[in-house]
Design a protein around this ligand. Structure first.
Ligand SMILES: [Zn+2]
Length: 129
């Protein structure tokens, strides 16, 4: 990742950081632009299976680092520096979803198969208006 100029002290600082290393000013615009957002469906685990299976959702990268944790029906948001291969563990017995996300993009999950209890989802990019 490249260098950015801090909007507060105008010194050149590391774009990977959340805050300027000289004055501590948050590099918000840079950071915000790289947040990936994923809409997690709320109806992955339905009916009685909600009593039996977790509705927790976890998103990890290929080194199993957790990028986001939440629940079905929430909007996931996390920071990536570059295109990143992720796995979304959807909870219940839904098949985990693999895909690549790019900084600043929005995604949704579309059901592409599977039966009621074991749905299969694919990651789809939502075009920005
Ligand atoms: Zn600064």
């Amino acid at each position: 990742m490249g260098k950015v100029n801090c909007r507060n002290c105008e010194k050149e600082t590391d774009g990977d950081l959340e805050c300027c290393k000289f004055c501590g000013c948050p590099l918000c615009s840079e950071y915000e632009q790289k947040i990936v957002r994923i809409k997690i469906p709320g109806d992955i685990t339905t009916g009685l299976s909600r009593l039996l299976f977790s509705t927790d959702v976890e998103i990890t990268d290929r080194t199993d680092t957790i990028l986001w944790m939440g629940r079905q029906g929430e909007d996931a948001g996390f920071f990536v520096k570059e295109p990143t291969r992720i796995t979304i563990h959807l909870g219940g017995i839904a098949k985990p979803v693999d895909g690549i996300v790019r900084p600043g993009k929005r995604y949704c999950l579309s059901q592409v198969g599977g039966i009621h209890l074991r749905p299969v989802y694919a990651l789809c990019e939502i075009p920005l208006e």
